[in-house]
Design a protein around this ligand. Sequence first.
Ligand code: CP
Length: 339
Amino acid sequence: MMQFQGSHILSVAQFDREAVSRILDVAKLMIPYASRQKRCHVLEGAILNNLFFEPSTRTRVSFGTAFQLLGGFVHETVGQESSSLSKGESLFDTARVISGYADVIAMRHPTMHSVSEFAEGSTVPVINGGDGANEHPTQALLDLFTIRAEMARFGKGIDDLNIVLMGDLKHGRTVHSLSKLLSLYDNLNITLLSPEALQMPTSVIDSLENAGHKITITDKMAGNLQSDVVYQTRIQQERFSSKEEADQYRGHFSLNKQVYEQYCQQHTVIMHPLPRDSRPEANELDVDLNDHNNLAIFRQAQNGVLVRMALFALTLGVDEILHKHEKPVTWFSNKQLSE
Ligand code: CP
């Protein structure tokens, strides 16, 4: 079993199936705390430094929320301009300094492999919140948690599923990390649906094929959405050389109620890492599906808190003692989470 305590979480390549199961199981233990049935102050006195050098809503806020739900304190640095990185300080020096102020660090950076470079200078665990077009391991874990939870409603597990990954598969780091995790499971049918120019990197396809999964590569929605899960991604405009270049690919894979009813199965679960691009020209994942029971996107985002709580508990070595630090909730709350 992987040694979590004191480890950096930089890539899904660190995990075997047993390690992933452990993370998802600890995440499930967090439901009573995240849904405010109980409190848990197991990390009281601990400090998280949240370093986000690229825009984020879900990852940054859910890392902070997760740490606070376990009783810890959160410091935030947002944007390179507010860091001495903008004065030429190296990632190594920044890491060595910040790790002197914190017990754990979560970091997002626009450059591929930058979080690993940073971790080399850190004396405390570093968790990758997304490094350019490379990886987003915590998103992949929450995606897998979501697939497991959503499929349980239909009596299915993760093995043997039909999964469609759709959109900008070239630049979407969430689908890169998720695909690598799916390589740990058995007998999947995976459809990679994208414009030819935005296809999944060959190395990721190779890892899926080496796992024995059946891979279909296509640029057509018709006939290819009859799956258990459709995972849509945004055109990652920030990774193109211009908005005009990104605009060429918008609207190719618009998913709305009419498309869902025409091409998907009755039980097809719709996922998206978010943010979805809701500007009319993006024509991506339509709001007319917002009330559909199989639209899992907001449950998926909520699951990010559980998975990040689990990673903090595991890397800081408190996953076995959560129950010893429980307290009652004293305020009104009707928050509900489900697995
Ligand atoms: N899914 C995700 O990474 O969202 P943010 O960019 O808002 O963190």
